[in-house]
Design a protein around this ligand. Structure first.
Ligand code: KIV
Ligand code: ZN
Length: 401
């Protein structure tokens, strides 16, 4: 089975988004966990951007030993020099050089002609390759670039010493079929050169993971992504979604990664803790509702066999447990199971009374806490089920505990 290398850019592209900036200490904590997670490359920052960024990349490069550490640089000598300085202590450094290739960016942002940009890519990649163990080149806005010109740029970067060529969908514009075709076209152009192609997708149309999967199906062997999918604007491809998709759909992709799935949840929560930004409850894989079941039919299925409504078990991802949420859509089986977990098993008439009380209560309020459930259970077990659980006395007291 072939391996897809995971290039994590949470500390660079992720950190670029509003509300996610991290200081050196925080970057070090997250980098250590990313290494534990098993990412192949940690892009630690953009050293020319600020003294703080350079210091953070330098600190991460000095600490991390198993993952490679990458630093971003525009195709300009001062940027590359700053990246090289920041990466000095790295065991396995990678300089990541980029230049836009779409006419839109060349004309309006960089004011460069196509031949000028082509020449600059060759010159700057060579400059970096002569000074660093490994160079990656990114053709920014590749997905909106002329395919013929993109091929020429990829060739120039490879011939100048880049061994990884990244084709970003910088503005989240492409579709899976289109993106896959781009990879096949560039691979054809590169012929037998020993170059690995990389995908880097943004999520402006919600297709970053789908596009990344299309890229690996078309031969890309590195995917750039972020924890919780954070990143510029709508974010980058989410690492956890991509990796779990490859795992769950092994039948379709037959590709593996070096990611330790049981570290996914811990990494996601560490990022939230550091940045103070919570994961939306409905976020795939790591959201609080990703393994929560409220509908009675689903709960019944889950209790009989979790595979009925879960494509991967929460334990595999290091998620403490699935939740059977007791609400107005829940059934008796789930209520019986939840009350047993809470140490108050009910059966027969008492369960029936508790079920009716839960349904009425849940109709009126969004959330039923465990405390509410226990009050209902206690009343039901005494043959006095009520539709409005009172806050007093506490369940422990009422149960005589
Ligand atoms: O989205 C993008 O094009 C980038 C490059 C700098 C790799 O982040
Ligand atoms: Zn990006």
């Amino acid at each position: 089975m072939d391996t897809v290398r995971i290039f994590d850019t949470t500390l660079r592209d992720g950190e670029q988004s509003p509300g996610f900036s991290m200081n050196t200490e925080e970057k070090l904590r997250l980098a250590a966990q990313l290494e534990e997670l098993g990412v192949d490359v940690i892009e630690a920052g953009f050293p020319i951007a600020s003294a703080g960024d350079l210091e953070a990349v330098h600190a991460v490069a000095g600490r991390i030993r198993r993952s490679q550490v990458a630093a971003l640089a525009r195709a300009a000598q001062p940027d590359i020099d700053a990246a090289l300085r920041a990466l000095e202590p790295a065991a396995r450094p990678r300089v990541h050089v980029f230049l836009a290739t779409s006419d839109l960016h060349l004309e309006h942002k960089l004011r460069l002609s196509r031949p000028e940009a082509l020449e600059r890519v060759g010159r700057m990649v060579r400059y970096a390759a002569e000074r660093s163990q490994e160079v990656e080149f990114s053709a920014e806005d590749a997905s909106r670039s002329d395919p013929e010109y993109l091929g020429q740029v990829a060739l120039a970067a490879a011939d100048a010493g880049a061994t990884i060529i990244n084709l970003p969908d910088t503005v989240g514009y492409t579709t899976p079929e289109e993106y896959a075709a781009m990879f096949r076209g560039v691979a054809r152009r590169l012929g037998s050169r020993r170059v690995s192609l990389s995908a880097h997708c943004h999520n402006d149309l919600g297709m970053a993971v789908a596009n990344s999967l299309a890229a690996v199906a078309a031969g890309a062997r590195q995917v750039e992504c972020t924890i919780n999918g954070i990143g510029e604007r709508a974010g980058n491809a989410s690492l956890e979604e991509f990796v779990v998709a490859l795992k769950v759909r092994g039948d379709r992709f037959a590709l593996r990664t070096g990611i330790r799935l049981d570290q996914i949840y811990r990494t996601s929560r560490l990022l939230s803790e550091i940045t103070g930004v919570h994961v939306p409850p409905n976020k795939a894989v790591v959201g609080a509702n990703a393994f929560a079941h409220e509908a009675g039919i689903h709960q019944d299925g889950i209790l009989k066999n979790p595979l009925t409504y879960e494509i991967v078990s929460p334990e595999t991802l290091g998620i403490p447990a699935r939740r059977l949420v007791i609400g107005k859509h829940s059934g008796r089986n789930a209520l019986r199971a939840r009350l047993s977990e809470l140490g108050c098993p009910l059966a027969g008439d008492a369960l029936e009374a508790a079920y009716r009380a839960v349904t009425e209560h849940a109709d009126q309020s969004k959330n039923l806490s465990d405390r509410d459930l226990l009050h209902i259970a206690i009343r039901a077990s005494r043959g006095a089920a009520s539709t409005s659980p009172s806050p007093e006395p506490s369940p422990a007291t009422a149960l005589g505990g």
